[in-house]
Design a protein around this ligand. Structure first.
Ligand code: C2E
Ligand code: MG
Ligand code: MG
Length: 639
C-alpha cells in the first residue's frame, strides 16, 4: 500500500501557522495557553514523523529497518501523548490544575503504560512488527493504543460537558465539536486506508479550538489590551467554587468626565498606561479591565501583608500623575478587598461590587460590607415590590394640603406605602428609586393613579372640600408610550375629569430629562391635567427651563424651610431665611402658586403665612394617613 502524505504536509503548515499565531500574537499567557502550545508541538512532531515514516514505508529501497523504526516510534509516542494533553487542557480550562493534582497524576498511568509498551516493543514486538517482506504490521497489543486514545477523548468530552459553565456554554460546545471532528478520519480511513487523514483532522480541531477557546478577541479589552470582564467571569466561576481567592478592586471615578475633559483617545492612552502598570506591578496575579475605569485583580492565596503591599503601592502610584505633558492627570482612586466565599458567594455579587460606581470619599477604601448589604437589601426590596404588586397590597396614603387663603384643606398629596407582613413599612424613599431602576414604577404608578381615582369618586372627596389630589409622577413613567391612554382610560372608568388630578414632577427629574418631560407634559396637558414642580430647591436648579413648562404650583422642599426655621430647635440661619423669603416672592411674582412642604410647627406656619405662601403641607396638619382616616379628618377640619 502506498501512503498519501499530502494531508500530513498540509497539516504541518497549518500547525506552523497556529504556533506563530499563539507565540507572536500579543496577549496574556495563561497555563491553558501553554498546554495548548504543547499540543501543537506534539502534533507537529507526529506530523513530521508520519511523513517520513510513510515515505520510508513507500520507499523501502532507500531505508533500513532502523530508520523506519525511529519514525514509527516517534510518531506513535508523540501522537499518543496528545490524548493525555487534551485532558490536561480541559483540566486547565475548568480550573482543576490546583485542586485536582492527584487526578492529574493518576491520568498519567494510561499514557505511561502505552509508552512503556512502545519502548519495550523491540523486545516483544506486540505493538508492531515487520514481516518477512519488511512490511509494517500491527501487533496483538496495538489495540491498547486505540483504547487509551479513545478513553482520553471520551473523558475530555465528559469533563467538558460536566463543567461547561466554567468554560462558558458556547466555548464548551465548540470544544466538544472540535474534539468530535477528530473522529471523522476513523470512518474515512476504513474505506480509504491509504489516505493519512488523522493528523490533518486533528489539526483542524486544534485550529477550531484556537479561534474559539484560545481566541483573545473576546477576552481581551480592546482599549487596554489586558484581560476583560468576560475573562474575569470565567475565572470567578472557578474562584467561587474554590477556596482562598481574594479579589482586589481598583476604581477610578467618573471616566466620562475625564473623557470629555481630555478627549476619548487621550484618556484611552492613559488607561493603557494604568493597565500596563497594574499588570506588571500585580504579577503574578492577573489584572482585569472591567470597563469604566474599574479594574479587578484576582489573587489565588495571598497573605494579608501582600495585600497591604499592593494597596500601598497602588495608593502611592496614584498620588502621582499619569500621562504626559498637558494630558497628565492625577486621579483619585478607590481600593477594595473582597474575600471570595466570605464577602461574596456568587459571581453576580462580585460583579455588583466591581460595577458599583465609585462613591464616598476621594481616594478611599471601598466599604465591602456596606456595599454587599445595600445590594442584598436592594434585591429584597425588588422582591417585596413584586410581591406587593402581585397581591395588590400597596397602599395609598393621603396628606392634607392646607390653603392659606381659605384656611381649609383643599387638596391632598397621594403617597404610596409598601407595608410588608414580614418586613414592615418600607419607605418610598427606599423603594421608589429601586422601582424606577427596574421599571416596576410603571405598575406602581398605575396602581396609585387608579386607587386615587377610585377613592376620589367613591370617597366623596369633592363634597369634603377636596378640589384635586396631587399624584407623584416619575420621569420613568414619562418615558413610557401609553401614559396618556392609561390615565384617560382610568379617568373614564370612574367618570372623572383630569382637573381632579394634579401631577407632581420632581425638580431633579426636570434637570436630567427635560426633553422627555416636556413632550409628556404637552401630551398630558391636552387631557386637562395640571402640574406641580416638586422638591424645588434640591435639584440642580436651572430656573430657565421652568418658564417653558406649564407648572401651576411650585412645591418648595422642606429642607429650605427647615434651614430657615428648624422644627425642633426653632432656630434658623439668617441667609436661609432671606433665601426662602426671596424665593417665595420671586415665584409669586412669576404667577406661580407656592406650596411649602414639611411644615411641622405653628411658628413655621406663621412665618409662611406672613410670606404669603398659598399652600402648606406637613405634619403640623397631618401625617399621610389611609383614605378612610383622611376622610374622617376632613369631616372635622373642613366643617
Ligand atoms: P415627596 O413627593 O416630596 O413627598 C413628600 C414627602 O415628605 C412624603 O414622604 C411625606 O410623608 C414627607 N413629609 C410631608 N410633610 C412632612 C413633615 O412635616 N415632616 C417630615 N419629616 N416629612 C414630611 P414619603 O411619603 O416618605 O415619600 C417620599 C417620596 O417618595 C416622595 O417625596 C415622592 O418623591 C416619593 N413617592 C411617594 N409616593 C410616590 C408615588 O406614588 N409615586 C412616585 N413616583 N413617587 C412617590
Ligand atoms: Mg410629591
Ligand atoms: Mg416633595
Amino acid at each position: 500500500m502506498i501512503y498519501h502524505i499530502e494531508f500530513d504536509i498540509a497539516a504541518v503548515f497549518v500547525t506552523l501557522f497556529m504556533a506563530y499565531f499563539i507565540i507572536f500574537k500579543k496577549g496574556v499567557r495563561k497555563h491553558a495557553n501553554r498546554v495548548y502550545l504543547s499540543m501543537l508541538v506534539f502534533n507537529f512532531i507526529a506530523e513530521i514523523a508520519d511523513i517520513f515514516g510513510s515515505y520510508a514505508n513507500n520507499h523501502p529501497e532507500y531505508t533500513t529497518v532502523y530508520i523506519k523504526d525511529f519514525w514509527n516510534y516517534l510518531y506513535l509516542s508523540s501522537h499518543n501523548v496528545i490524548g493525555y494533553i487534551i485532558v490536561m487542557y480541559v483540566f486547565y480550562l475548568i480550573g482543576y490544575e490546583k485542586t485536582q493534582r492527584k487526578a492529574m497524576t493518576l491520568l498519567v498511568i494510561p499514557i505511561g503504560t502505552v509508552l512503556a509498551l512502545l519502548f519495550t516493543n523491540p523486545f516483544h514486538r506486540q505493538i508492531f512488527y515487520y514481516d518477512a517482506a519488511e512490511h509494517y504490521n500491527h501487533g496483538k497489543l496495538f489495540f491498547v493504543i486505540y483504547v487509551v486514545a479513545l478513553a482520553y477523548m471520551i473523558f475530555a468530552i465528559y469533563m467538558t460537558v460536566r463543567h461547561r459553565r466554567a468554560i462558558t456554554e458556547r466555548r464548551a460546545s465548540a470544544l466538544i465539536f472540535f474534539l468530535c471532528i477528530t473522529f471523522v478520519p476513523i470512518v474515512i480511513q476504513i474505506i480509504f486506508p491509504e489516505y493519512l487523514l488523522t493528523l490533518f483532522f486533528e489539526t483542524l480541531g486544534l485550529m477550531g479550538i484556537l479561534f474559539t477557546i484560545e481566541s483573545k478577541d473576546d477576552t481581551v479589552s480592546p482599549t487596554t489590551g489586558i484581560l476583560n470582564r468576560y475573562a474575569l467571569q470565567a475565572a470567578l466561576d472557578r474562584a467561587v467554587a474554590g477556596k482562598g481567592y481574594v479579589l482586589l478592586l481598583v476604581k477610578i471615578p467618573n471616566l466620562n468626565y475625564y473623557n470629555k475633559m481630555i478627549g476619548f483617545e487621550n484618556m484611552n492612552g492613559i488607561l493603557r498606561r494604568i493597565s500596563k502598570w497594574m499588570d506588571e506591578t500585580y504579577e503574578p496575579h492577573i489584572c482585569y479591565d472591567c470597563g469604566r475605569g474599574h479594574f479587578a485583580v484576582l489573587c489565588d492565596q495571598i497573605a494579608r501583608a501582600d495585600i497591604q503591599v499592593i494597596r500601598s503601592k497602588t495608593m502611592e502610584r496614584f498620588e502621582r500623575a499619569w500621562g504626559k505633558g498637558e494630558f497628565s492627570l492625577v486621579f483619585p482612586v478607590q481600593f477594595g478587598v473582597i474575600h471570595i466565599g466570605e464577602d461574596v458567594k456568587t459571581v453576580e455579587n462580585a460583579f455588583m461590587l466591581i460595577d458599583r460606581p465609585f462613591e464616598g470619599k476621594m481616594s478611599s477604601e471601598l466599604n465591602v460590607d456596606k456595599a454587599v448589604h445595600d445590594y442584598e437589601r436592594g434585591v429584597l426590596i425588588e422582591r417585596l415590590i413584586d410581591k406587593a404588586l402581585h397581591n395588590r397590597s400597596f397602599k395609598v396614603y393621603y396628606q392634607p394640603i392646607w390653603s392659606t387663603a381659605t384656611g381649609k384643606v383643599n387638596s391632598a398629596e397621594a403617597l404610596c406605602r409598601l407595608i410588608d407582613d414580614e418586613y414592615g413599612l418600607i419607605s418610598p424613599d427606599e423603594f421608589i428609586p429601586i422601582a424606577e431602576r427596574n421599571g416596576s414604577i410603571l405598575n406602581i404608578g398605575q396602581f396609585v393613579f387608579e386607587e386615587v381615582c377610585r377613592f376620589y369618586s367613591e370617597g366623596g372627596l369633592k363634597a369634603l372640600g377636596i378640589d384635586y389630589v396631587e399624584v407623584n409622577l416619575s420621569v420613568v413613567q414619562c418615558m413610557g408610550k401609553h401614559l396618556k391612554e392609561m390615565f384617560d382610560g382610568i379617568l373614564d372608568r370612574y367618570s372623572l375629569d383630569a382637573s381632579c388630578i394634579n401631577l407632581e414632577i420632581t425638580e431633579s427629574a426636570t434637570a436630567e430629562n427635560q426633553r422627555v418631560l416636556f413632550d409628556t407634559i404637552e401630551v398630558l396637558k391636552d387631557s386637562g391635567f395640571t402640574f406641580s414642580l416638586d422638591d424645588y430647591g434640591t435639584g440642580y436648579s436651572n430656573i430657565t427651563y421652568m418658564y417653558d413648562m406649564p407648572f401651576s404650583i411650585i412645591k418648595i422642599d422642606k429642607s429650605i424651610l427647615w434651614k430657615a426655621l428648624h422644627p425642633e430647635t426653632g432656630e434658623g440661619a439668617r441667609n436661609a431665611r432671606i433665601y426662602l423669603e426671596n424665593t417665595v416672592r420671586m415665584l409669586k411674582d412669576m404667577n406661580y402658586a407656592v406650596l411649602v412642604e414639611g411644615v411641622e410647627t405653628s411658628d413655621q406656619k406663621k412665618l409662611l403665612e406672613e410670606l404669603n405662601c398659598d399652600y402648606l403641607q406637613g405634619y403640623f396638619f397631618s401625617k399621610p394617613v389611609p383614605g378612610k382616616e383622611f376622610a374622617d379628618y376632613l369631616r372635622v377640619v373642613n366643617k
